[in-house]
Design a protein around this ligand. Structure first.
Ligand code: SF4
Length: 211
């Protein structure tokens, strides 16, 4: 399937999608979208509330650093452990929330699995705008392929990144685990339509990014 068709499918879902060649362009586009938003709501840079979910893709694009230089950002992951939970709750009231996706179906569904659910909470409701940045490696044909990708690729790597003692982290294969404090598969969200038109924006990057 072509990127044009995917973007059309996102349009049908009231999700605004963009396609860029590389991570630098993705960063610049995210900044441009956010600056446009700031101008529209007539806020000073320090008044715009920006936060994000944990994401290797955002790191690889240098988006968090670029935003922190310009705006008053809330980075829950940079805070001491005991303050992170409250910061993640506050992030739900952001003007703009950034994240990646675990998989994107050619039909335009965005699929994510989360442990705490703070990232998915923000995706569903709360922030005025959600910007998803995803490498082309996240695109799969069907919902079934999305689940397979998440269990075979995203979860093992994320569990390793988070140092979790799960079967996927240790053996690379999902063991359908239920382990307190370890399991990263608690919530699965399939986003097939944005009730508020263009609240969710997707920047697809013509590069392999994240897991
Ligand atoms: S259910 Fe457990 S083993 Fe399976 S992918 Fe999720 S965290 Fe890994």
């Amino acid at each position: 399937m072509s990127i044009e068709s995917l973007i059309k499918n996102f349009e049908r879902a009231q999700i605004e999608a963009f396609f860029v060649q590389n991570r630098d362009m993705a960063r610049e586009l995210a900044l441009e979208i956010i600056e446009k938003r700031r101008t529209l709501c007539a806020k000073k840079p320090e008044e715009l509330r920006i936060s994000w979910g944990g994401s290797k893709t955002l790191d690889e694009c240098g988006i968090r650093e670029a935003l922190s230089e310009r705006y008053n950002t809330l980075d829950p992951y940079a805070l001491p452990k005991e303050e992170q939970n409250e910061a993640k709750r506050q992030a739900l009231l952001s003007d703009v929330f950034l994240m990646s996706a675990n998989a994107i179906c050619e039909s335009g569904e965005i699929v994510n699995i989360d442990g705490n659910g703070n990232r998915l909470g923000a995706l569903i409701y709360g922030p005025d705008m959600v910007i998803i940045v995803a490498g082309k490696n996240k695109i799969v044909p069907t919902l079934k392929d999305a689940y397979a990708r998440i269990k075979k690729v995203a979860c093992p790597k994320n569990a390793q990144r988070l140092n979790r003692a799960t079967p996927c982290a240790q053996e690379g294969v999902c063991g359908n685990c239920y382990i307190e404090g370890q399991t990263i598969c608690a919530h699965t969200v399939v986003t097939r339509f944005s009730t508020i038109k263009d609240r969710i924006k997707v920047i697809i990057v013509d590069e392999e990014l994240g897991f």
